[in-house]
Ligand binder design. Structure first.
Ligand code: LIP
Length: 290
């Protein structure tokens, strides 16, 4: 047995966390410097689902750095998946990477962008690093060891009253009119509670960091991906918050939906207001993969 210092294929998780922090800071510097420069922008699944050369450059940097250090580890990266790599978890240590969370912001030079790196071992999320690279805020979390922002311990909100809640959400990149209507209906239902407010900042990973920090009371989204929430799930939970499926069940990382809140009561109240918006699962091609 590995004992209290759990091991991921021979490496202590502390070593994995240090490596993720180091490469996230390096990646963040590249993104910060590229923010105001003109980008070559391409589209992926929709006209609003964007990718730039910096997303690809940063993802390659993160994967090559971590695979050199941890050769037996696997990787799920947003841009690799867009280029045809499979997206599924095994028991092997697997890094789940969003090189630039907030690509649309990045394309427009809006400074709300982050690098997100999570690690799953035996299908359990063990650590998360999110670097908000323009404001230079480094969020870290490791299961059983707390969550921090620039070394300051994080504590999620203790609000349980939905009518007093400040909620973050995202609309994602889908532009199908029926789905868009459902997304707005969900916002309308929460505003009719009436919640104090709903905000959109353009980065699901940073939304979740704000939940962990207690800056807001909750976050929900339909349509995000596993790389938007893997790292953040550890940070939110270690800050005392909870992450769950929009059905009120346990979080399903590949389901494309999440509710996060400082308290379970708040999360369940939000779940009750939400009407489902169905997206194809991230691991929908798993059955053909091995
Ligand atoms: C995006 C998120 C955005 C969310 C989208 C998408 P990307 O990630 O940050 O806030 O609404 O669903 O996942 O494409 O910028 O890495």
């Amino acid at each position: 047995m590995a004992g209290s210092e759990e091991r991921s294929s021979q490496q202590p998780l502390g070593e994995c966390l240090d490596a993720a922090v180091k490469v996230a800071l390096e990646a963040g510097k590249i993104i910060r410097e590229a923010l105001r420069i003109e980008k070559r922008v391409q589209t992926k699944s929709s006209a609003a689902d964007l990718v730039t050369e910096t997303d690809r450059l940063v993802e390659n940097l993160i994967i090559s750095t971590l695979s050199e250090k941890f050769p037996s580890h696997r990787f799920i990266g947003e841009e690799s998946v867009a280029d045809g790599e499979k997206c599924f978890l095994t028991d092997d240590p697997t890094w789940i990477i969003d090189p630039i969370d907030g690509t649309c912001n990045f394309v427009h030079g809006a400074p709300v962008v982050a690098v997100s790196i999570g690690l799953s071992v035996k299908k359990e999320l063990e650590l998360g690093v999110i670097y908000s690279c323009v404001e230079e805020k480094l969020y870290t979390g490791r299961k059983g060891h707390g969550a921090f922002c620039n070394g300051q311990k994080l504590q999620a909100s203790n609000q349980t009253d939905l009518s007093k809640a400040l909620i973050l959400t995202e609309l994602g990149s889908i532009r199908d009119p029926v789905a868009v209507k459902k997304l707005f209906n969900n916002m309308e239902r929460l505003l009719k509670v009436p919640a104090h407010g709903i905000r959109i900042i353009g980065s699901a990973a940073l939304d979740l960091c704000h939940v962990a920090a207690g800056d807001v009371d909750a976050f929900y989204q339909f349509g995000l991906h596993c790389w938007d929430m893997a790292a953040a799930a550890v940070i939110v939970r270690e800050a005392g918050g909870i992450m769950m499926d929009t059905t009120g069940e346990s979080l399903d990382l590949m389901s494309r939906r999440v509710v996060a809140a400082g308290t379970s009561e708040m999360a369940h109240k939000i779940c009750k207001e939400l009407q489902p918006v169905v997206y194809e699962r991230d691991d929908s091609t798993e059955s053909t993969s091995n």
